[in-house]
Design a protein around this ligand. Structure first.
Ligand SMILES: [Zn+2]
Length: 198
């Protein structure tokens, strides 16, 4: 039977995505065993992050500085803007290191069901950025869900009056995906997005 404090720590960790109560207990046990090296480092890292986390006023990313590291990076191409639903998408796309432009985080997706309207998302700031004239291309990188695609469609309409190229992620076969394992939606998208063989 662990003490109240240790139980409380397990409880906090168990709420983290990817950890359940079992993994949380294992993590706590590891921290207890390695307390002399691990605990001060963990405390210091948490403290540093909690002191400095801030939302980027330009793109909506969360980082330890405003403007965020991506917006402040002079090597980034200011002409390309990739619009995503959430901060997690910025991180995922940026981990892949394929996109050299900057991002814009909407903070969600349009949803009649959840009552999310255009004014609830960072759309006005997106239009502001685009009307500044620096941006040539807007990549709509919404999720391949009905709501994601509705949002992309809406944004494409709003962006139409601006002099920018609007592109969208191709939804298709995942790398290594075998046709008979794919769901019908993915397969249909892949077929629709087919292109000439070069
Ligand atoms: Zn930013």
């Amino acid at each position: 039977m662990a003490s109240q404090e240790i139980e409380a720590l397990s409880g906090v960790l168990a709420r983290l995505p990817g950890l359940g109560p079992r993994s949380a207990r294992r993590a706590v046990l590891w921290l207890v065993k390695n307390r002399e090296q691990a605990l001060p480092a963990l405390l210091e890292a948490l403290d540093a992050v909690s002191e400095t986390l801030v939302e980027c006023q330009t793109c909506g990313n969360v980082d330890t500085s405003d403007p965020c590291g991506i917006c402040a990076d002079p090597r980034r191409d200011v002409k390309s803007l990739c619009v995503v639903e959430d901060v997690a998408d910025v991180w995922a796309l940026d981990r892949a290191r394929l996109f050299q432009g900057r991002y814009h985080v909407l903070g969600g997706r349009l949803s009649a069901l959840d009552g999310v309207a255009p004014e609830d998302l960072n759309i006005a700031t997106l239009l502001d950025r685009v009307s500044g004239g620096e941006v040539d291309e807007v990549v709509l990188a919404m999720n391949a869900t009905l709501e994601g695609q509705t949002t992309a469609h809406y944004l494409a309409e709003r962006l139409e009056e601006h002099n920018v190229r609007i592109t969208q992620l191709a939804h298709g076969l995942p790398v290594g995906g075998e046709l008979d394992y794919l769901d019908e939606g993915t397969l249909a998208q892949a077929l629709r997005a087919r292109r000439p063989v070069t």
